[in-house]
Design a protein around this ligand. Structure first.
Ligand code: RB5
Length: 146
């Protein structure tokens, strides 16, 4: 799978761990949109790059890490075709795929430990979308239907 990742300074360490894990343990192809060190950075700049790459179809999934994951998810969800989910545990990572067909997961580098984050990444990448009634609901994201 082609995956794009990004973080700000607060998510840098966790982004690096997740990137290594995806490449070495899971065998995915990962493109890193930065940041590349821990100097203070504005998270929207990176969120725009990753969300645009996923919305354009160049990458199947994305991972964004900031301090809480909140800002990254807010920015990424402004892009049509992006379904970014802020996840905190295995359950939300799994359901974000099964029910929401999330294509970007966001996480908080100041919230989640590395061991949990890596398992969330595995679940996010390996869990399929259930479709059916969930597909119908996703179809309602951009219009009320009334
Ligand atoms: C940076 O201090 C912090 O605001 C940012 O990483 C993120 O948590 C925003 O949502």
């Amino acid at each position: 799978m082609k995956i794009v990742v990004g973080s700000d300074h607060a998510g840098f360490d966790l982004k690096e761990e997740c990137k290594r894990f995806m490449e070495r343990e899971l065998g995915h192809e990962v493109k890193d949109m930065g940041v590349f060190d821990k100097s203070s950075a504005d998270y929207p700049q990176v969120a725009h790059k990753v969300a645009r790459a996923v919305a354009g179809g160049e990458f199947e999934r994305g991972l964004l890490v900031c301090g809480t994951g909140i800002g990254m998810s807010m920015v990424a969800n402004r892009y049509k075709g992006v379904r970014a989910s802020l996840c905190h545990n295995i359950y939300t990572a799994r359901l974000s795929r099964e029910h929401n067909d999330a294509n970007i997961m966001t996480m908080g580098g100041r919230v989640i430990g590395t061991g949990l984050a890596l398992e969330m990444v595995r679940v996010f990448l390996e869990t399929g979308f259930e479709g059916g009634r969930h597909q119908r609901r996703i179809g309602q994201f951009d219009s009320t239907g009334i």
